[in-house]
Design a protein around this ligand. Structure first.
Ligand code: MD3
Ligand code: FE
Length: 215
């Protein structure tokens, strides 16, 4: 029998990671090829680069963006900008496959009508990590963030509203999607150093897409 378009796919394992945060195991696995091709096209127009923190350190994760706004770090701080500071051109448009996946994942997690205007693309080589932080540069925290993991697996640490809060450790694998909404939207989180390895579709790297409503 035809699966209703309005019911969650029973094949997708869901795990509540925190209040309003839902892990959809393997949700994007079938679309990985199309997502990776779109990342390549984005990176051809807006190359991956290691941004400098306001403290003057190069981040170990290489980043690029697509959509109307892109997240940047520089000597002046962290913010969204409509132009790529490397090329001085607008960020490449959001590939429809990104926007469509984000909307479907958000709806599956209980956030219908999600329309992202920004996608930060993070590229981790083995050894790259992301220190615990909050995502607070967006305007409207009632909007969820949809994150898509591709390539090598990573250990992800998900804490609470305060930096010292006990953190949950979750493994994020190729094709996993997490929707961060509700109170979890403002919780601390970070990525442990990626272990050495080679992924059949991505090579020696992990990619993470975060689809956001910046403005
Ligand atoms: C929890 N990226 O780009 S994705 C980031 O794997 C970021 O590259 C990590 O944290 C990565 O800001 C983690 C999971 C994630 C993304 C956004 C969140 C978790 C979040 C926003 C609020 C709470
Ligand atoms: Fe984050």
């Amino acid at each position: 029998m035809q699966q209703s378009l309005f019911e969650p796919d029973p094949e997708v394992r869901r795990q509540e990671l925190g209040p309003g945060a839902v892990l959809l195991v393997g949700f994007a696995r079938g679309e990985a090829g199309a997502l990776l091709a779109a990342v390549e096209a984005v990176a051809a127009a807006a190359p991956f680069r290691r941004m400098m923190t306001p403290g003057g350190r190069a981040m170990s994760v290489a980043m690029t963006n697509c959509g109307a706004f892109g997240w940047i770090a520089d000597a002046r701080g962290y913010r969204y900008e409509p132009f790529d500071p490397t090329t001085q051109r607008p960020w490449p448009p959001l590939p429809p496959v990104f926007a469509d996946l984000a909307a479907r994942a958000a709806a599956a997690a209980g956030y219908p009508g999600f329309v992202p205007d920004a996608c930060l693309v993070n590229r981790y080589e083995p050894g790259s990590r992301m220190a615990p932080h909050q995502d607070v540069d967006e305007r409207d925290f009632t909007q969820p963030i949809v994150s898509v993991s591709l390539g090598l697996p990573a250990g992800f640490r998900f804490g609470g509203a305060r930096r010292g809060d006990k953190a949950l450790r979750v493994g994020l694998e190729h094709g996993d999607v997490v929707v961060w909404g509700g109170p979890s939207r403002r919780f601390f989180h970070g990525v442990l150093p990626v272990k050495e390895g080679v992924h059949p579709q991505c090579g020696r790297c992990r990619l993470n897409l975060t689809l956001r409503r910046a403005r």
